[in-house]
Design a protein around this ligand. Structure first.
Ligand code: DC
Length: 218
């Protein structure tokens, strides 16, 4: 029997991570945070001093990296045995991830690593191309979005809470720039997948988003 998949796609800061983790927990399903795979690769590339435009070497780093995910209350990620969780959320990592994610060769190296997460009893997959490319046959598809201003404000608050210095205007600009890059790239751009249920979280609480998504599956 096919293992059911719920895909949750959408731009940065729409609340995908929080909603996906909560829904996976409620359904007792596995969870794939595909953004953290791109972010982990970005960290590996930066650590190796490989230029962000050297596609062949980025692919080598992607093929060689060993990633371990521990999905408790918080996601813990280990890269080649080292805990890199605290570096995942920084803007430097996010921007580098967005740049390397635009290369089709890099995306194809990471494709199978993501498909391997489809394990019983089910999978909640969070990202940009989960419903369109990685799991096009998913039984349930959601596209979660929110205005750029609202997403920037949420990201700003998250960073401040973590004690990371942040500038709201700069984050808004970076979010708009990242949206543009993620939506305009030729390979697997951020789109509303066919058959996806669109949810605008600008005026919803995270609990309301979770309720709508769980209702959809149940
Ligand atoms: O969701 P996130 O902010 O953690 O993702 C970081 C970057 O990774 C994002 O700018 C684009 C890229 N990404 C992608 O291209 N495809 C995915 N499925 C997930 C993330």
């Amino acid at each position: 029997m096919t293992v059911p998949v719920l895909t949750i796609d959408g731009p940065s800061g729409a609340g995908k991570g929080t909603a996906s983790r909560a829904v996976a927990k409620l359904l007792n399903w596995n969870y794939l945070d595909s953004g953290s795979i791109y972010r982990s690769l970005a960290i590996a590339v930066l650590q190796s001093n490989v230029d962000l435009d050297n596609v062949a070497e980025i692919c080598q780093v992607a093929n060689a990296m060993a990633l371990e995910f521990e999905c408790g209350d918080e996601l813990v990620v280990r890269l080649n045995g080292c805990d890199i969780t605290s570096q995942l959320a920084t803007e430097t990592t996010g921007n580098a991830a967005s740049i390397i994610a635009a290369y089709p060769e890099v995306r194809s190296v990471l494709l199978q690593k993501q498909k391997d997460f489809q394990q019983s009893p089910g999978l909640v997959a969070d990202g940009r191309d989960m419903g369109s490319v990685v799991f096009p046959d998913a039984q349930f598809k959601v596209y979660l979005t929110a205005s750029a201003e609202e997403r920037a404000l949420r990201r700003y608050k998250q960073l401040i809470e973590k004690g990371i210095d942040a500038n709201l205007l700069q984050i808004t600009r970076e979010i708009e720039e990242r949206d543009r890059r993620d939506s305009e790239r030729a390979t697997a751009p951020l789109i509303i997948p066919q058959g996806a249920h669109v949810i605008d979280s600008s005026t919803l609480t995270i609990q309301q988003v979770i309720d709508v998504v769980v209702d959809l599956v149940r």
